[in-house]
Design a binder for this molecule. Structure first.
Ligand SMILES: *[C@@H]1O[C@H](CO)[C@@H](O)[C@H](O)[C@H]1NC(C)=O
Ligand SMILES: *[C@@H]1O[C@H](CO)[C@@H](O)[C@H](O)[C@H]1NC(C)=O
Ligand SMILES: *[C@@H]1O[C@H](CO)[C@@H](O)[C@H](O)[C@H]1NC(C)=O
Ligand SMILES: *[C@@H]1O[C@H](CO)[C@@H](O)[C@H](O)[C@H]1NC(C)=O
Ligand SMILES: *[C@@H]1O[C@H](CO)[C@@H](O)[C@H](O)[C@H]1NC(C)=O
Ligand SMILES: *[C@@H]1O[C@H](CO)[C@@H](O)[C@H](O)[C@H]1NC(C)=O
Ligand SMILES: *[C@@H]1O[C@H](CO)[C@@H](O)[C@H](O)[C@H]1NC(C)=O
Ligand SMILES: *[C@@H]1O[C@H](CO)[C@@H](O)[C@H](O)[C@H]1NC(C)=O
Length: 505
């Protein structure tokens, strides 16, 4: 008994003594140290020296001293996200010549400080650097000189904030011949000028502008010209006029792009956007595979604009979700028929969350969809759409904004032969009688319009034949009653006969 008590005391003291290392969980035969969420203010002592991965995220570390990681020679992954990092001594990362992944997202680093300038010097094998969410609008100066990145000649992805006036001319970008993806997340840019990105390496394939909260009031069409091999332009939550965002496509006219994705690209204030021929004059000249124009307040389009693609056969994934327009109004039906005939490679089309504003738009993961190994899973499970949206709308119907629709006519569209995924969930129109008949050859996923999405609804060949025979597939989109979604979810045949009772009861 006595022995045991002694042992207990001893163990307790041990724990106390080496407390800091006990807060980390060692995994994978002690090669990974998971020290997340442990209230740490410093790097724990007594960690095995031969770990290859160290995760210090979600702690309270505010300072890294020189040679802080020198003893971990084999480290390939280092994560210090969500801490209070303010100061990093110049030689903090010394010894980490094997490091491939470094992330210090969500800290308070001043990346223009003198010590930060050369802090990446030892990291000549790094592939991925993430220093997003460090700039604070209240603290950061308008003009920020970026540190020297040129030491990391193997870097392929770089995530960082974008200052109002970024100075990239002493960052050594010209040495970064492997850099492919730059993701600016949290950005304060107010102007997009011809020379803003002039110092970025010409090999960038993919650029992201995420969460640009300052209104970008002035845009020059050659802003992206310094990136001649760019294949992906992604914008998410960027405060820029939609027509200005489209203007950025100027340098890519006549070229091929993998993806153009504008989601929540909205100017100074949310205003309805009517697409004109002039606005899409560059876009329509691009051979683009994935085109996403989502949640950008589009309410309509001029004839011969949105669907007037010069290279429709390039289109594979098209998403117009979360806007407020119809593809079948006025004189547009002919264009729809033409694009359905010419976009022969179209695989995916998504026009969900349309005609009124939705708070909670979800998108299918196109990255996953593109990858054959996920395709079956997505086809059988669909996109994870939250059905609770319908409930939310009950209480927030003041947010509902109707698009003004003119008279409708019935249209029959033969869908492109390669279209296998057609999503029209949360589709709602505010007009009375709207018939749009789709004849679909080899659809494998079809989300039924309405507030309740029938996930995993696969049209087998049998059902297709069956439905065509019974004309059920000649979907008649009715106004769907937001408040009684169960009424419309029960049987597909009922869709033909839903009637609109109005929102106000
Ligand atoms: C790490 O070092 C410890 C001793 O310091 C040793 O027991 C262990 O086998 C080493 N692990 C690897 C993966 O080399
Ligand atoms: C960069 O990557 C190449 C090929 O993956 C490798 O041979 C080289 O050692 C790496 N490091 C540096 C510093 O170039
Ligand atoms: C970099 O740009 C800044 C501001 O535009 C300028 O003051 C500075 O002289 C430039 N430095 C070099 C090395 O070109
Ligand atoms: C930016 O590029 C456009 C298009 O080439 C050109 O018209 C404009 O003059 C340029 N702006 C400046 C400031 O050089
Ligand atoms: C459909 O896709 C196949 C293979 O992906 C391709 O060979 C064919 O040209 C596409 N277009 C049509 C109209 O079938
Ligand atoms: C597709 O997904 C698999 C499984 O996650 C992955 O191993 C593979 O690299 C992916 N292919 C592409 C082209 O992204
Ligand atoms: C549209 O189709 C429905 C059902 O097929 C029909 O009742 C209606 O009269 C048609 N409307 C027009 C304008 O042709
Ligand atoms: C269609 O609606 C009418 C009028 O609301 C109703 O009388 C009829 O029973 C409905 N038909 C079906 C199949 O639900």
């Amino acid at each position: 008994m006595k022995h045991l008590a002694k042992l207990r005391l001893y163990l307790l003291l041990m724990c106390f003594h080496t407390g800091s290392s006990k807060t980390c969980r060692l995994k994978e035969r002690n090669t990974i140290a998971d020290c997340t969420k442990s209230g740490l203010q410093d790097i724990p002592k007594n960690l095995p020296l031969n770990i290859s991965e160290l995760d210090l995220s979600h702690n309270k570390i505010s300072f890294l001293r020189s040679h802080a990681f020198q003893r971990f020679e084999l480290l390939t992954v280092l994560k210090i996200d969500y801490n209070n990092l303010e100061n990093i001594e110049r030689e903090s990362f010394n010894g980490l010549s094997k490091l491939r992944w470094l992330s210090m997202e969500k800290n308070k680093l001043d990346i223009s400080s003198r010590d930060f300038k050369h802090v990446f010097k030892p990291l000549n094998n790094l592939n991925h650097l993430d220093i997003r969410y460090n700039m604070d609008k209240l603290v950061t100066k308008a003009t920020v000189e970026y540190p020297f990145f040129g030491y990391m000649s193997n870097l392929t992805t770089l995530y960082m904030d974008l200052a109002e006036n970024p100075v990239f001319n002493s960052s050594g970008f010209e040495l970064m011949l492997n850099l492919q993806t730059v993701r600016f997340e949290k950005c304060y840019l107010k102007q997009m000028l011809n020379d803003t990105l002039i110092n970025l390496p010409r090999n960038i394939i993919s650029i992201y502008f995420y969460r640009c909260y300052s209104f970008i009031s002035f845009v020059e069409p050659n802003f992206l010209r310094p990136l001649p091999v760019l294949k992906e332009l992604n914008m998410f939550k960027v405060r820029i006029r939609f027509q200005d965002a489209l203007k950025l496509l100027y340098p890519f006219t006549g070229k091929e792009m993998t993806s153009i994705s504008f989601i929540q690209v909205i100017g100074f204030a949310a205003k309805p956007v009517f697409i004109t021929r002039d606005m899409v004059k560059y876009l329509k000249e691009i051979c683009v595979q994935t085109l996403v124009l989502g949640e950008s307040e589009i309410v309509g389009y001029e004839e011969n604009s949105l669907l007037a693609f010069k290279y429709p056969q390039c289109l594979e994934y098209v998403v117009f979700s979360g806007n407020r327009f119809s593809l079948g109004i006025e004189n547009h039906e002919m264009e729809l028929i033409v694009v359905a005939m010419t976009a022969t490679n179209l695989k995916y089309f998504d026009l969900s969350y349309n005609a009124i504003n939705f708070n909670d738009v979800t998108y299918c993961n196109i990255e996953a969809l593109r990858n054959v190994s996920y395709r079956n899973e997505i086809y059988s499970n669909g996109c994870k759409v939250k059905t609770k949206v319908a409930e939310q709308y009950q209480s927030s119907n003041s947010n509902l904004r109707y698009s003004e629709m003119t008279e409708e006519i019935n249209i029959t569209v033969s869908m492109p032969a390669n279209l296998t995924f057609f999503r029209l969930s949360h589709y709602m129109t505010s007009y009375k009688e709207y018939g749009l008949n789709f004849f679909v050859k080899k659809l494998s996923y079809f989300a039924i319009p309405g507030f309740v999405v029938l996930e995993s609804f696969i049209f087998s060949k049998y059902i297709l034949r069956h439905t065509i025979q019974h004309k059920i597939l000649g979907l008649n989109w009715c106004q769907l009653n937001a408040f009684y979604p169960q009424i419309i979810s029960a049987y597909i045949s009922k869709y033909r006969n839903c009637s609109y009772e109005g929102f106000n009861d």
